[in-house]
Design a protein around this ligand. Structure first.
Ligand code: SAM
Length: 285
């Protein structure tokens, strides 16, 4: 097990180093080398972002169309943007919503902004987190910079809106509804997952694709598991895991007629080899 983890770490560090060398050799802005890359994204010409998740060869696991020609897609909480850019490459008209600021990230009652930012800083810089980065800098290095850099390199145009998921509505997005709404690992970061689910459902006229850990089966008692722990200032910005029966009932109650498990996906943390088993749930109108 330890040997595997070391092999992952070594390979990850080598990819990171190769990327940094390209940033320098190509004369790209130095800040690009400081971005936090959530996804591995192929930017062409041998340049691949050293993402902590690499879904490039795993498209089939998500049971999404090979081509989105004529379809609209909303990518909710895109991070570095793998799904946005892959859908655009597959001919979708893509929109995304991202937090306007890290201050909008949910916090457990009593947690302070400083504690929240320190958690983010720790995720981004590990042992190097000193609380010395401002909110604006963390936001730029984590969310805005990497997404915009990839968008520009790929020559893709995404309708990027800065909106908390709770505030999503047809009026806010000036739309009648998207053919596809993609919700990958966003509900786990919400204290009020039903509110977030209902907001995304309100702009989905086709299929809502949820990718996250979904424990249990449809036969279980519908329940949400609490994952936030008992230490006031600490958690992974994760609080709730609705089980399969709970999600299915909520989705049906929100007006989705068909809810099905469309696939399974194993997300591997590239820097450690740690694997997270996730379910792909498709809910259709
Ligand atoms: C774990 S990443 C998931 C990235 C991508 N969707 C995927 O599946 O690989 C979570 C994303 O959700 C965003 N996010 C978290 N809370 C949010 C909220 N309340 N409103 C909007 N976006 C949020 C984060 O900024 C980030 O882009």
């Amino acid at each position: 097990m330890t040997i595997m983890a070391n092999a992952f770490e070594t390979a990850f560090n080598a990819r990171r180093e190769a990327f940094l060398q390209r940033v320098e050799a190509d004369g790209l802005p130095a800040e690009v080398g400081r971005y936090f890359w959530y996804h591995a994204i192929d930017l062409g010409d041998g340049l691949v972002t050293p993402g902590i998740f690499d879904y490039r060869s795993e498209w089939a696991d998500f049971a999404l169309p090979e081509s989105f020609a004529g379809a609209s897609v909303l990518d909710a909480g895109p991070a570095t943007g793998f799904f946005s850019f892959e859908c655009a490459r597959r001919s979708a008209r893509v929109s995304c919503i991202e937090l306007p600021s890290l201050l909008g990230l949910d916090r457990f009652p009593g947690q302070t902004v400083e504690q929240s930012l320190l958690k983010i800083e720790h995720m981004m810089f590990a042992g190097d987190s000193t609380g010395s980065h401002s909110e604006e800098e963390l936001y730029r290095l984590l969310l805005e910079g990497p997404y915009r850099f990839c968008e520009q390199r790929l020559g893709v145009e995404v309708n990027r809106r800065y909106l908390n998921v709770y505030d999503v509505s047809p009026d806010a997005l000036e739309c009648d509804g998207f053919d596809w709404v993609l919700a990958g690992d966003i509900f786990v970061h919400t204290l009020y997952p039903l509110k977030a689910l209902a907001a995304l459902a309100s702009v989905c006229s086709g299929t809502l694709a949820i990718v996250e850990r979904i424990p249990g089966s449809v036969e279980d008692v519908p329940a949400m598991l609490y994952t936030g722990g008992a230490v006031p200032e600490q958690d992974d910005v994760n609080w709730w895991l609705p089980n399969r029966a709970c999600l299915e009932q909520l989705l049906r109650k929100l007006g989705f007629r068909e809810v099905r498990e469309a696939g399974r996906h194993t997300a591997i943390v590239q820097s450690s080899g740690f694997a997270v088993e996730r379910t792909v749930l498709h809910a259709s109108r």
